[in-house]
Design a protein around this ligand. Structure first.
Ligand SMILES: [Zn+2]
Length: 134
């Protein structure tokens, strides 16, 4: 199962991570459930456990959602009809939660792919990465 794989370029690895796929082979799934990662890629047997994203996906997701939602709230306040606060709460809170739930697995996959591409947390020379540098 651990046959040789062609070197993967950085952006391909990130795209595969965004799609929830193994950054090395692009076919195996990173996640067994919503955010629970497989310890190894089910397709190419790449060890995924050493690549620990910790709190980075949550931080980046909050950063992205905040930078999308807050300007919309401000635009609605400035150029809209200045709706009551309950309207803001009814609109922006569920939108923020749904957006965060959508983005979180994508961002986590991207962070894992970033860690894999730069071999951050890799235990040995054959554990991952983009391949030898030219
Ligand atoms: Zn794989």
């Amino acid at each position: 199962m651990s046959e040789e794989h062609a070197p993967v370029d950085f952006w391909t690895a990130l795209l595969r991570g965004w799609q929830g796929r193994c950054p090395r082979c692009g076919t195996g799934s990173l996640f067994g459930s919503f955010l629970k990662m497989h310890s190894r890629c089910p397709s190419c047997d790449q060890a995924l456990e050493p690549y620990r994203a910790d709190d980075a996906p949550a931080y980046f997701t909050i950063f992205i959602v905040g930078h999308l939602v807050v300007p919309l709230v401000l635009v609605m306040e400035r150029w809209g009809d200045q709706p009551p606060l309950w309207f803001h709460a009814l609109l922006w809170l569920p939108l923020s939660v749904l957006l965060a739930l959508y983005l979180l697995p994508h961002v986590k996959g991207t962070v894992i792919a970033l860690l894999w591409a730069h071999r951050i947390g890799a235990p040995g020379p054959s554990a991952g990465g983009l391949g030898p540098s030219p």
